[in-house]
Write a new protein. Structure first.
Length: 212
């Protein structure tokens, strides 16, 4: 029995132009919406780069922690200098950090009539004169006066100060102890009555030469 005329016409009726076709090639619009091969490769490279950055930071933090370094805010080091200890304030190492960090007054005047110490005069008296001269110049802090001391030492006295072990002088008492203890035996002491008693005239020495 032959199919009805209506069924035969439906079976041979062409598909509408808008009907989807699985075998139809993608349109230009479809190709524009889809990412290109270059874009997909770029996304993979970016993802790999982010992964490498994360791994690199983790390794630096691990190595830094093993060496006792501390990372900066944000989990990174700004430079290689961040891994080294920051330099301390200038000055002889024998002075404490508080002494080397003492601030000079705005109107401080250096002693003008005080000669540099060379070890040839009484160290205790010279220190007292130096301290008073600095106070008259506007310094009211012993730490500042101690920090200023190297400017009033001769080359030999300054070299002695620079070669002392670090962190031995913390206040004025420490300075007097170290300073006087070193130069007490180097300066020429004036004669006294005991020196006169020890003087003896030689048998062949004239009175004039003996008095000299």
């Amino acid at each position: 029995m032959a199919p009805p005329q209506q069924d035969r016409e439906a079976s041979v009726r062409p598909e509408p132009a808008w009907a989807p076709n699985a075998n139809k090639a993608p349109s230009v619009h479809d190709r524009l919406r889809a990412p290109s091969v270059h874009d997909r490769l770029g996304e993979r490279r970016e993802a790999q780069g982010d992964h490498d950055v994360v791994i690199g930071r983790w390794r630096r933090d691990r190595d830094g922690a093993a060496r006792g370094y501390q990372t900066h805010r944000g989990g990174r080091y700004d430079s290689d200098e961040d891994r080294s200890p920051s330099p301390g304030p200038p000055g002889p190492r024998v002075f404490s950090k508080a002494i080397r960090s003492a601030h000079f007054p705005a109107r401080f005047r250096q002693p003008a009539n005080l000669s540099k110490y060379s070890g040839k005069t009484n160290p205790e008296l010279w220190l007292a004169d130096y301290r008073l001269a600095c106070q008259l110049g506007g310094a009211d802090d012993d730490l500042l006066i101690i920090r200023n001391l190297p400017l009033f030492q001769s080359d030999s006295a300054r070299a002695w100060l620079e070669h002392l072990p670090p962190m031995q002088i913390h206040d004025w008492r420490d300075l007097v102890k170290v300073f006087v203890g070193n130069f007490q035996g180097t300066y020429a002491r004036p004669g006294n009555s005991w020196d006169l008693k020890s003087c003896r005239q030689k048998p062949d020495e004239s009175l004039r030469d003996f008095i000299r």
